[in-house]
Ligand binder design. Structure first.
Ligand code: ZN
Length: 97
């Protein structure tokens, strides 16, 4: 008989956390995935900062969605928010004059 070693959850890698972050913030993940990400965020400053940023972004986007019904205006506002946040939009989407 072998001693039963409880299987420790393998620590999530940053890229796994990042790839699930939107779903995590959207509360669409399985409870155990949420726990795993919570644990990773508690230990990983980089992912925690990113999660905080995306959380604010989600809140901002939700606010925009409530304000606009016009998808074109909404898209412009979203791009403006992303630019303010220091992210570059898809350059190919905008042709410079
Ligand atoms: Zn990380």
């Amino acid at each position: 008989m072998r001693p039963v070693t409880p299987q420790a959850p393998s620590p999530l890698e940053c890229r796994e956390v990042v790839s699930q972050l939107w779903e995590y913030l959207d509360e669409r993940l399985e409870p155990e995935s949420v726990v795993a990400i919570d644990e990773h965020l508690a230990l990983c400053e980089g992912c925690r900062a990113l999660a905080g940023f995306e959380k604010r972004l989600v809140g901002t986007l939700a606010g925009l969605r409530g304000r606009h019904t016009d998808p074109v205006r909404l898209r412009e506002d979203v791009l403006a928010v992303l630019r303010q946040a220091g992210l570059r939009g898809n350059d190919s989407a905008e042709s410079p004059a």
